[in-house]
Design a protein. Structure first.
Length: 189
């Protein structure tokens, strides 16, 4: 039971850090003002890793529209999570007579685990954003939070709105996107 609690806490901490790094990259790509919330929170949570990475990356990548430092930070965090998880919970394969193996298959397994974590966090974060946008569209459509959520979800909802007609004045694109994200999560998990 203690092992499950530790695994849950470890995953939760890394989930929030990876999600913050991915959200920072997404907000920078959309040119959302980072001085308000959740921008300042995301920056405070990720600056310790993103700022040093910005200095390490080539200048042409640092000046690109894509926030490579935040994406690399999310990848480094996912890799760190995979390694810590493997070390704490003995996931590394034991070879009879040789002890714990850290060969090419173990490294590929860790990389796959980290990639799966990044994809899962990205899909779950998008799910939360779209669900929040859908709820706010019914509860507080004039609020600043609704405008921010709309800006963050618009690049994903716009292509669906071109295909899915409104029914009775109700936009179903958010519902369809939630279903697609849930299917994506089922495939990944």
């Amino acid at each position: 039971m203690l092992t499950r609690i530790l695994a849950f806490l470890l995953e939760t901490v890394f989930f929030f850090l990876i999600a913050a790094a991915l959200l920072r990259a997404w907000m920078n790509w959309l040119r959302v003002n980072m001085s308000g919330q959740p921008g300042s929170f995301v920056m405070a949570l990720t600056n310790w890793l993103v700022k040093p990475l910005r200095r390490l990356l080539p200048k042409r990548l640092a000046q690109a529209r894509i926030d490579w430092a935040s994406l690399v930070a999310a990848t480094v965090l996912a890799g760190s999570y995979a390694l810590v998880f493997a070390l704490l919970f003995g996931v590394l394969m034991a070879v009879p007579g040789l002890g714990a193996s850290f060969g090419p298959f173990a490294v590929l397994g860790l990389l796959g685990f980290a990639l799966k974590m990044v994809i899962r966090v990205a899909l779950q974060t998008l799910f939360i954003l779209v669900l929040g946008f859908a709820i706010l569209s019914w509860v507080q459509p004039g609020s600043p939070a609704y405008a921010l959520m709309g800006r963050l979800t618009e690049p994903l909802l716009a292509p669906l709105r071109r295909v899915i007609p409104s029914i009775g004045g109700v936009d179903l694109s958010a519902l369809v996107l939630l279903l697609l994200l849930q299917i994506g999560l089922m495939v990944v998990v």
